[in-house]
Design a protein around this ligand. Structure first.
Ligand code: 1GP
Length: 241
């Protein structure tokens, strides 16, 4: 078992909540990377996720190299597709979009990625990725050409998460979508957390400290913050108080 995953398991066992800052390579302000790195260092982040639904720029390698050089946190790829792989990261969330019925995001991209990943030493962490409806259509729903699970159908989310763990996925990720209007309902988080043994990741539309705490209290083991930190690099400053 890889180090990143075994650390996630031991953090879960000790009820130590984890926090990932999601960086989208397309949205990095290259004039101010020193500031970005300083703010990440000052934050409670335990992991860095790198990725996005699109990759319009050619800076993934450069960004991951910078993060590896400057930060002492595990850098995990969170790829929107097979083009978002670099051997410079520490690991990859090997996602299957189980909420959707598009074979390309269930197995197609993974087949294309596997021979590339075999040539790297990236830690590969198989992840049941579950998109939940959250207001207006999200980029991930549009780009993946899949429907999210209706937010008022937690039983479908649960059945999907259970299927994911039975298939053998090592993480479950409940995703509202980046910049979502509505985050994942804490009751849905609670239901899933109480029925699975693997670590539970929750992200999408979490824009406040209280929303983070709510997700943790409901049973999220790791919360992902993307847009809120991207829009305001001081988002985590409460930690200094
Ligand atoms: C998206 O879960 C992540 O994949 C983070 O979402 O950008 O809304 O924080 P936000």
């Amino acid at each position: 078992m890889g180090t990143i995953y075994s650390d996630l398991l031991s953090a879960k066992a000790k009820k130590q909540k984890q926090l990932a800052v999601l960086l989208d390579p397309d949205k990095i302000d290259w004039e101010h990377t020193e500031h970005l790195i300083r703010k990440i260092k000052q934050s409670p982040a335990t992991h860095i996720f790198v990725g996005g639904s699109l990759l319009l720029t050619n800076v993934l390698d450069q960004l991951v190299a910078l993060l590896k050089q400057q930060l002492d946190l595990p850098i995990l790829l969170f790829p929107g597709n097979v083009s978002q792989i670099t051997p410079r990261a520490d690991g990859i969330l090997f996602l299957s979009l189980l909420s959707g019925r598009n074979p390309d995001y269930l197995i197609g991209q993974q087949v294309l990625a596997a021979p590339i990943l075999q040539q790297t030493s990236l830690e590969i962490i198989s992840t049941a990725y579950i998109l939940i409806e959250s207001g207006k259509q999200t980029t991930v729903s549009y780009v993946s050409n899949t429907l999210p699970i209706p937010a008022d159908k937690p039983e479908i989310v649960l059945a999907t998460a259970l299927a994911g763990t039975m298939i053998g996925h090592k993480l479950v990720y409940l995703e509202a979508g980046s910049g979502a209007e509505r985050k994942v309902d804490p009751e849905t988080i609670r239901l899933i957390a109480s029925n699975i043994q693997v670590p539970l990741i929750v992200g999408g539309g979490i824009r406040s400290r209280s929303a983070m705490e709510e997700a943790y209290e409901a049973g999220a083991d790791l919360v992902v913050i993307g847009t809120a930190f991207e829009k305001d690099n001081n988002f985590f400053d409460y930690k200094k108080a």
